[in-house]
Design a protein around this ligand. Structure first.
Ligand code: GAR
Length: 198
């Protein structure tokens, strides 16, 4: 049976576009919703252009009340009954109470070779550490931030003249390759690791 995929974004949504573009033909899944915590997120318009239903739940309207924000997120998600939820540049920290509801069916892409550099500023931190390689990781989401079973990693060599910006822009095309490759396997109930790169 075709799996229903909801994608959560906060910004431009380039990973969302890569995921949505991949879910065609004999792919075992289809996108059913793109949702953002920011009504201005550029990715929402891209999703609409692709004919995908969208929703926005502005986190700012809930102040510090994370559980009220997450209750609305949950309600909107349940309206589309997703089999899989993909976080794709979703920049709000989700509580354990929320993520537990989706354990075993929620994925995230993070721009580092986890377990290195959980959280923000991953490219700058890899450079500061003098790492010879950097990369991105797709993992299952659990209550702990940027943690959970790793399903795929893509690596690149760090160059002597790299900046945080150049690393980010060299990494993004690898993210666009890795996340769809992992999703395709995941939607086929295949949890084996996907690896790319240096
Ligand atoms: C991507 O680089 C993604 O790995 C990162 O945000 C960017 C979103 O770009 N995610 C995180 O930092 C999550 N903690 P996109 O909106 O163009 O997909």
């Amino acid at each position: 049976m075709t799996k229903r995929v909801a994608i959560l974004i906060s910004g431009g949504g380039s990973n969302m576009v890569a995921l949505a573009n991949s879910m065609v033909g004999d792919h075992p899944a289809r996108p059913v919703l793109v949702m953002s915590n920011d009504p201005q997120a550029g990715g929402l318009l891209k999703a609409q252009d692709m004919g995908i239903a969208t929703a926005a739940v502005d986190h700012r309207e809930f102040g510090k009340d994370r559980s009220a924000f997450e209750a609305v997120l949950h309600q909107k998600l349940e309206e589309v009954k997703p089999d899989i939820v993909c976080l794709a540049g979703f920049m709000r920290i989700l509580t354990g109470d929320f993520t537990r509801q989706y354990e075993g069916r929620m994925l995230n892409i993070h721009p580092s070779l986890l377990p290195k550099y959980k959280g923000l500023h991953t490219h700058a931190r890899a450079l500061e550490a003098g790492d010879a390689e950097h990369g991105c990781t797709v993992h299952e989401v659990i209550a702990e931030l940027d943690d959970g079973p790793i399903l795929g990693q893509a690596r690149l060599d760090v160059r002597a003249d790299d900046t945080a910006d150049s690393l980010a822009s060299r990494l993004l095309p690898l993210e666009h390759k890795l996340y769809p490759a992992v999703l395709r396997r995941y939607a086929s109930d295949d949890r084996s690791m996907v690896t790319f790169g240096a």
